[in-house]
Design a protein. Structure first.
Ligand code: B1M
Length: 213
């Protein structure tokens, strides 16, 4: 449980791209023995959401967005490092990346960290990733699940391309697929034929465990 004051300060630190303050809040929160993910979901994610709203309404320009994103990356690294780890007897293998044309990777980074913390073996192949690369990597590491993230409406179509390319290669039954990202919905997942949709990092752990059985 994060107190109101800390939530307000965390949101402000991201909006003001105040790196020192954001790091101070994160360290204090973690050192007090709290679950690091709480400050992320209750403070920093709403903070970057506010930045995105301001950008979308033309109240903030790209340099401001970039600076807030940089602070977000720093605190995400601290939060991810502090996640407690679980061991699984037979861990599932997941290949994950952000689709071609999209460089947003903060949310994917949180998903990756939480999956690893829950004992899954995760191959993070980065951002701006070609559809072919997802398939190549999944075959190479004998993945159970391929996960694609996208934040742009203009790049969502690459999640559909993956389904098509898997079918074309005769590999659709070999892997389960999961899609996520701010513009993605369960309806979109069903429409393109993905096996699952996850709303956030916690949901991705639940859904991937269900997929792996
Ligand atoms: Co950009 N951006 N951005 N941006 N950016 C958005 C997405 C936007 C909505 C802002 C806006 O206009 N209001 C808008 C997209 C509009 C649209 O497509 N409809 C936008 C735009 C337009 C752009 C540029 C085109 C701007 C420009 O250059 N003119 C450009 C695109 C560059 C490109 O990709 N080719 C751009 C660039 C950037 C930065 C580089 C400055 C930076 C990204 C830095 C980085 O990621 N390394 C950035 C940021 C930070 C944002 C916003 C503000 C925040 C995104 C974020 O990190 N959210 C965003 C506005 C917003 O989302 N409100 C915006 C926090 C993160 C924890 O949430 O990523 O949703 P999210 O991840 C969640 C869930 O979605 C889910 O779990 C995560 C954790 O809870 N999830 C998954 C995500 N992936 C998953 C995968 C799964 C399962 C769950 O399974 C596989």
């Amino acid at each position: 449980m994060v107190d109101e004051q800390t939530i307000k300060e965390a949101i402000k630190a991201i909006v003001d791209h105040d790196e020192a303050k954001a790091i101070e809040i994160t360290k204090k929160f973690i050192e007090a023995g709290n679950n690091s993910l709480e400050i992320m979901t209750e403070g920093f994610i709403p903070g970057i959401g506010e930045v995105g709203d301001q950008f979308g309404r033309g109240l903030l320009f790209l340099p401001g967005l970039v600076q807030s994103a940089d602070v977000m990356k720093k605190v995400t690294a601290l939060v991810n490092e502090a996640l407690p780890e679980k061991q699984l007897e037979k861990p599932g293998v997941v290949v994950i990346g952000t689709v071609k044309g999209d460089i947003h990777d903060i949310g994917k980074g949180i998903v990756v960290a939480l999956l690893r913390a829950n004992g899954l073996v995760v191959h993070d192949i980065g951002r701006d990733v070609d559809t072919e690369k997802f398939i190549e990597e999944a075959v190479k590491v004998e993945a159970d699940v391929i996960g694609t993230s996208t934040l742009l409406t203009t790049t969502m179509g690459h999640q559909k391309d993956l389904e098509k390319e898997l079918k074309k290669a005769g590999l659709r039954d070999k892997f389960k697929t999961i899609v996520g990202g701010a513009p993605v919905t369960g309806r979109w997942a069903a429409k393109i034929g993905a096996d699952a949709y996850a709303e956030d990092a916690q949901d991705s752990v639940v859904k991937i465990k269900e997929l792996i059985g």
